[in-house]
Design a protein. Sequence first.
Length: 187
Amino acid sequence: MILNKPVESLPVAPDLYLRPVTVADAPALFRIIDSQRPYLREWLPFVDLTRQVSDTTLYLQTITLSTTDKVFVILVDEVVSGLIGFKSIEMFNRKLEVGYWLSQHQQGKGIMRRCCSRLIKYAFEELRMNRIQLKVSPENHPSRNIPRKLGFTLEGIEREGELLNGNFHDLEVYSLLKKEWQAQQPV
C-alpha cells in the first residue's frame, strides 16, 4: 500500500521541513503544549487532556501505528515547532483531511501555509489522492486564511462539529480537488 511507503522527510524551504513523527518527539511537543496552554487551548481540544509527557507519548504511539493517519513534525531551523498531517485517510475514495497546529512563536511567518502546500503536493502526487479537506474554526482567522490562500473551496459549516473547552463549536469545511490543484500549478 502506498500509504505505508516510508518517507524520510519533506523539504519545504532550506530552514523548514516535515519529518514523520516518532515517539521520541513527545518531550519536545509536550514542552510546546505545556508552555503555551492558554493560547493553544483556545483552538485545540486535546490541550486540556495533555497533562504530562506520557499523554503525548501515548498519542504518538497510537498515531504512528495508525493506517488512517500520517503525521509529520514541523521543523523550523531543526527545532520541533508543531504537527501537521493527514487524518481520516480513505485510500479507496482517495480522500483525506489535513490537520495542523503550530507553536505560537512561529506564527505569522507563513510557515503553516507553506507546510500545508507541501503536504498537499505530497498527497496529490505521491499518495494519488483526489480530494483534500480542511476544517477550521470560523473564529480562527489565521487558520482559516490557509485554505483560502491555497485555493480551497468553502463547502459549508459543520454545525457544532467540535467539542472544545466544554462547548460545541462550528467548523468551516473546505476542500480542494486534484484537478483544481493541478489547474493552479505553473505550466
